[in-house]
Ligand binder design. Structure first.
Ligand code: NG6
Ligand code: CA
Length: 487
C-alpha cells in the first residue's frame, strides 16, 4: 500500500550546520527545532546541492544537479523563470498523486519570461511549474522588487502607482534616493553591494520605483509568511498536501520583528535565527492542532551554508564570539568546502519515523525520486536526472543513502563526495572572498579529504592518496559529461 502523508519542507535561507541547538549551538535559543530533532530523525550528512540559493532550490524542486542548467546561478530579482515548463517537479509529481501543492516564502527561481511587467498578470510563476497555490517574494529580501506576489499578481498594488524595476546599473531611476548617494537615509548601512534603491531605510540590490502601497515591511515578513503557511494547511487539511515553506531567515538584511530584536546577544543574525525557530514552532503547533501529527512528514533544512558579513553592517562578525555557524565544518556559503552545502536537516513523522540520528548520505535533489517512490508515481526516464530514491534512509530504516554525490560552490565549480571522501578539483581564483570572509575552496592543487577522520577538511590527502584522487577526478568529469546519474 502506498502512503500519502502530507509533506512539508521548511527551507531556511543561509542557515549553517552549527547554527541551531540540536547541531551544537549554545548561544541561540532554538527550542522548537531542538524538540523537532528530539522527536524526529537528525541527519549528519544531508546536503543542499549548491552553496548558494538559486541552484540549490532548482535541485530541490527538479531533482537535477544545478550545473546542468546554465541559468541556475544567483538570479536578479527580475530574472525569468529558470524551470522550463513541462519539467517534472516535486510539486507536479505530487499533484499526479492527488496532492494539493503550495509554496510560501522565498522563491528566487525567476518569474516571467524576461522584460517582466509587474503590474499585470505575471506569466511563468510557481503556478506554472506544479504549485496550485503560491505566495512568495520574487527573489531575496535584499533584492527589489520588495513586494509579495500572490499567484500571478503583486499584493496591494495601486494601479495609479505602477512598479518599475531594473538591474541595469546604467539606468537607475533619476531623482530616486539610493544607498550610495543618500547614506543618511539608511537605518542599516551596507558593507558591500546593496547600495541601490532604498526601501524601508535599507538599500537593496537593484532599482525600483513606484508600487509604494505594495512594499513589504521587513519586520512583518516572518509573521506574514508563517500566517500564509498555516492558513494553507488549514485550508487543505482534508486532502494530502505538499507545502514548500521557504523562510527568508537568516539571509540579509537581517531584520527581526520587534519581539526578537536583541534576544540573543549575537546581533540581528542571532535574533533572526531565534525568530526562524519560532516560525518552525508555529508551523508544528498548527500541524498538531489540526490533528495531522501522524499523517504529516515535516522536513526542515537550509539552502546553503552560513555567512556572517553578506553585505550589511549588522555586527554579525563582531558579535559572533565563540558561536560557530558552520559547526565543525570548513567554509560556508559560496564555498566548495563542506560548510557551503552540508546543512542541518531534520525529518519528523511521528509514528512512522523513530527519533534518532543518521549518517546516511542524502542530497536535497533526492526528495523528488524518494517521494515519487513513496506515493507511487513512476518517473519518466528523463525526469529528475540526479534524484535517487533514498526513502529508506530518509525514514531511518536504512543507514546508507547514496554512495556518491556532487555539490557546487559558486560558478558551477563542482566537488565529488564518494563514501567519506571528498574531492575538490584545482581551480583558479581567490582562496578567500575578502568581502564575506569565506574560504572558497579554490586552490591550484587538487584537494582530497577524509571526512570520517577530518570533518574540518584540514589535511589534504591528494598526494598521499594519489590514486583515489585521480579516480575521483575522472569520475567527476564523467558525471559532468553525462546527462543523468539517477539509478
Ligand atoms: C550576492 C549578494 C548577497 C546575497 C547573495 C544571494 C552582493 C554583494 N551580495 O550577490 O548579499 O544576496 O547574492 O544569496 O550583492 S542567496 O542565498 O540567495 O544565494
Ligand atoms: Ca541562501
Amino acid at each position: 500500500m502506498k502512503r500519502r502523508p502530507n509533506i512539508i519542507i521548511i527551507y531556511a535561507d543561509d542557515l549553517g550546520f552549527g547554527d541551531i541547538g540540536c547541531y551544537g549551538a549554545s548561544r541561540i535559543p532554538t527550542p522548537n527545532l531542538d524538540l523537532m530533532a528530539a522527536e524526529g530523525l537528525r541527519f549528519h550528512d544531508a546536503y543542499a546541492t549548491a552553496a548558494t540559493c538559486t541552484p540549490s532550490r532548482f535541485s530541490l524542486l527538479t531533482g537535477s544537479y544545478p550545473w546542468r542548467n546554465p541559468h541556475a546561478h544567483i538570479l536578479a530579482g527580475d530574472a525569468p523563470l529558470i524551470i522550463e515548463s513541462g519539467t517534472v517537479t516535486l510539486p507536479s509529481m505530487l499533484k499526479q498523486a492527488g496532492y494539493a501543492t503550495g509554496v510560501v516564502g522565498k522563491w528566487h527561481l525567476g518569474l516571467g519570461q524576461g522584460d517582466l511587467d509587474w503590474n499585470g498578470e505575471i506569466p511563468s510563476v510557481p503556478l506554472d511549474v506544479g504549485f496550485d497555490s503560491s505566495f512568495i517574494m520574487a527573489a531575496t529580501n535584499d533584492r527589489v522588487p520588495c513586494v509579495y506576489v500572490d499567484g500571478r499578481g503583486v499584493v496591494g498594488l495601486d494601479p495609479e502607482d505602477p512598479i518599475e524595476v531594473t538591474y541595469d546599473s546604467s539606468k537607475p531611476f533619476p531623482g530616486l534616493p539610493t544607498g550610495r548617494d543618500n547614506p543618511e537615509l539608511l537605518r542599516m548601512m551596507y558593507s558591500h553591494g546593496h547600495d541601490m534603491t532604498i526601501v524601508n531605510g535599507v538599500s537593496r540590490i537593484g532599482y525600483m520605483r513606484g508600487g509604494r502601497s505594495a512594499l513589504w515591511d521587513d519586520e512583518e515578513m516572518a509573521d506574514v509568511f508563517v500566517g500564509k503557511a498555516t492558513e494553507y494547511m488549514a485550508e487543505h487539511q482534508h486532502q494530502p498536501f505538499f507545502l514548500y515553506y521557504a523562510l527568508h531567515q537568516p539571509h540579509v538584511p537581517r531584520i527581526p520583528s520587534a519581539r526578537f530584536a536583541g534576544v540573543t546577544g549575537l546581533g540581528p543574525r542571532g535574533d533572526v535565527i531565534a525568530e526562524l525557530d519560532w516560525c518552525v514552532g508555529q508551523l508544528l503547533d498548527a500541524v498538531k492542532e489540526l490533528g495531522l501529527d501522524e499523517t504529516t512528514m515535516v522536513i526542515f533544512s537550509s539552502d546553503n551554508g552560513p555567512v556572517l558579513d553578506d553585505g550589511y553592517v549588522d555586527q554579525a562578525v563582531e558579535l559572533c564570539g565563540d558561536h560557530r555557524p558552520a559547526g565543525p565544518l570548513r567554509g560556508g556559503k559560496y564555498s566548495m568546502f563542506d560548510g557551503g552545502t552540508r546543512v542541518p536537516t531534520i525529518l519528523r513523522w511521528p509514528g512512522t519515523v523513530a527519533p534518532g540520528e543518521t549518517t546516511a548520505l542524502v542530497s536535497h535533489a533526492d526528495f523528488l525520486a524518494s517521494f515519487a517512490g513513496l506515493v507511487g508515481v513512476p518517473l519518466q526516464e528523463d525526469a529528475a536526472p540526479d534524484s535517487c530514491d533514498v526513502m529508506d534512509a530518509l525514514l531511518g530504516e536504512s543507514a546508507s543513502g547514496r554512495s556518491e554525490h556532487v555539490v557546487e560552490g559558486t560558478q558551477a565549480r563542482t566537488v565529488l563526495r564518494q563514501g567519506h571522501w571528498t574531492y575538490i578539483p584545482p581551480h583558479d581564483g581567490p582562496a578567500v572572498v575578502v568581502d564575506t570572509g569565506t574560504e572558497t575552496g579554490n586552490s591550484p592543487e587538487p584537494q582530497l579529504y577524509d571526512l570520517s577522520l577530518d570533518i574540518g577538511q584540514i589535511t589534504n590527502q591528494a598526494v598521499a592518496e594519489h590514486e583515489r584522487s585521480a579516480a575521483m577526478a575522472t569520475r567527476l568529469a564523467e558525471i559532468r559529461r553525462g546527462s543523468s546519474t539517477r539509478r
